[in-house]
Design a protein around this ligand. Sequence first.
Ligand code: THU
Length: 136
Amino acid sequence: VTTVLSPDDRTRLIASATAVRERAYAVYSSYQVGAALLATDGRIYAGCNVENANYPAGICAERSAIASAVSAGARAFSAVVVVTVNGVAPCGICRQVLNEFAPDMWVVGVDTSGHIHFERNLRELLPLSFSRADLA
Ligand code: THU
């Protein structure tokens, strides 16, 4: 159970998510999001939201980070930091996608000033979750 992020990892994740947020392709909403995943081996994978003229084809920063990490061979994560202007929590679809790989991960919402708005286990953000084990 990862309920503690080391100060060093916290700092690295916030820096990574804040930096990648600047690359967000958010020409429709102007709402830029950056996400940084901490893999269990200590590596960090980042992603930003990528919008599209066909609005529903856009992807959130959290799923963008998951795609980047899985593409690089990482599948186990202990935490994710999401940076937005107002420190929001991941959307429902992203909670589900994070749950696929790291149901026990620590989720942190940070604003662009570095202020932490919430932090808690993904299990609290996605109670009674549906997962791979339910497909038996
Ligand atoms: N967005 C994210 O990237 N993550 C979230 O958790 C909330 C929403 C993006 C999707 C869209 O590009 C923009 O923010 C506005 O909804």
